[in-house]
Design a protein around this ligand. Structure first.
Ligand code: ACO
Length: 381
């Protein structure tokens, strides 16, 4: 029997549209990223992360009252049940925070198990619970792996400031909190990448939203997706000084080794998120003192552009984000969980969009195996 395929097989589905979406748009030639049509630069300058989450999920900017209500609802749901905390206490302290997050996110489904996907109130509550509890779970695991009790959310602090507080037990200064809020906005959504696609496939089975988010977290955890910003910091440490930048790049060229934090499948110019993050680094370091790694990073960008600009290799979102996070006192292995905290907004937006037009994902395959193979009795193998 011959099977008809409607398009050419593309490894990694490169260039194959898997959905129609109005959530975000990337123009890789012009270096533009829009959420619901609004330019990311404008959103980071004028909006907040929760306002952005509302925009992504409900397809419009909230009114003042709607935003206030949304923030209050999230504040109210920040705490996690003691049973979830006790479960997390049993996790090995050497475990990766992304594994802890995936397990805890899935566990939420045990506690909020009613599945009423056609009920807008159920959808609203699930959105609020997930946005509210994911940061608490990341911070709780971080405290517990150090042998501490989790730090309770602080009702005086907004979303970003509260997360930094739960990590350090210190109220962050307003600039640090604002910069962290911008980082969350920058990572909130980026069309159909691997983790978002994973969320959509899981959503298409009409399972609960906690399973959807747990599935996306598991996908984000892989080194080909989240995590390049940790590598950037290791690379800057290895380079060590401005004088070593050029020899380092020459060594990478000679060894055909990728330079971390550069290049992107879609952007062929500087990633607009990298430009915004670089600006944040300058603001942050201006307030708290210079950082030698920032100077190395700027020189590296210059030398990489000189050598790879003609190929469209420029800094991506990961190049400057690690520098920001480290300056905010965040441990390196929490960079990817922070990516997840932000991306929950985008995943939930795609979950909602998928439900509205749902058809279960069931792609086809190109079978490369044999037919009519004999069953060989075990004694004869
Ligand atoms: N350093 C040096 N050369 C590079 C780099 C880089 N960082 N990125 C791409 N190139 C070169 C490749 O060697 C290749 O050159 P060739 O055509 O002469 O063989 C060409 O540019 C195309 O590279 P591909 O790997 O085919 O590009 P692809 O679109 O598949 O990969 C990716 C994009 C994975 C981001 C790649 O640029 C990379 O590995 N960068 C470093 C890791 C990184 O920073 N990842 C974070 C990405 S942002 C995110 O995921 C949130």
């Amino acid at each position: 029997m011959t099977t008809t395929f409607f398009c050419e097989y593309k490894p990694g589905l490169e260039g194959i549209p898997a959905a129609k979406s109005s959530i975000s748009h990337v123009d890789g030639q012009k270096g533009i990223l829009e959420y619901r049509g609004i330019n990311i630069e404008e959103l980071t300058k004028k909006g907040s992360f929760l306002e952005t989450a509302y925009l992504l999920i409900w397809d419009r900017l909230p009114t003042k009252e709607e935003l206030k209500q949304f923030e209050t609802n999230i504040l109210y749901h920040r705490r996690i049940k003691y049973r979830i905390r006790d479960m997390m206490k049993c996790f090995p302290e050497t475990g990766h925070p992304m594994d802890a997050l995936q397990t805890s996110a899935a566990a939420l489904g045990l506690f909020y198990s009613r599945r009423a996907l056609d009920d807008p109130e159920y959808i609203r509550k699930a959105v609020v619970r997930l946005l509210a509890k994911i940061p608490t779970m990341v911070a709780a695991f971080h405290q517990m792996r150090k042998g501490n009790d989790p730090i309770q959310p602080n009702d005086e602090l907004d979303y970003a400031a509260n997360f930094l507080y739960m990590l350090t037990e210190r109220k962050p200064d307003p600039l640090a909190a604002r910069i962290f809020d911008v980082c969350l906005t920058l990572h909130a959504e980026h069309t159909i990448n691997a983790s978002t696609f994973s969320a959509m496939v899981t959503a298409s089975t009409l399972t609960d939203p906690y399973a959807v988010i747990a599935s996306a977290v598991g996908t984000l955890a892989g080194p080909l997706h989240g995590g390049a910003n940790e590598e950037v910091l290791l690379m800057l440490e290895e380079i060590g000084s401005i004088e070593n930048v050029r020899p380092y790049v020459e060594k990478c060229i000679a060894n055909k080794q990728k330079i971390m934090g550069f290049g992107h499948r879609v952007y062929k110019v500087k990633d607009p998120r990298a430009t915004i993050l670089q600006d944040l680094v300058k603001q942050l370091f201006g307030e708290t003192g210079q950082d030698p790694y920032y100077d190395i990073a700027v020189e590296l960008e210059r030398v990489v552009e000189e050598n790879f600009g003609h190929k469209g290799i420029y800094p991506n979102v990961d190049f400057y984000s690690g520098l920001v996070y480290r300056k905010l006192g965040i441990p390196d292995d929490l960079f990817t969980p922070i990516f997840a905290i932000a991306r929950v907004a985008g995943w939930l937006a795609h979950w909602k969009e998928q439900l509205a037009v749902n058809r279960i994902f069931r792609p086809t395959q190109v079978y490369t195996g044999v037919h009519n193979a004999p069953y060989i009795p075990i004694e004869e193998r």
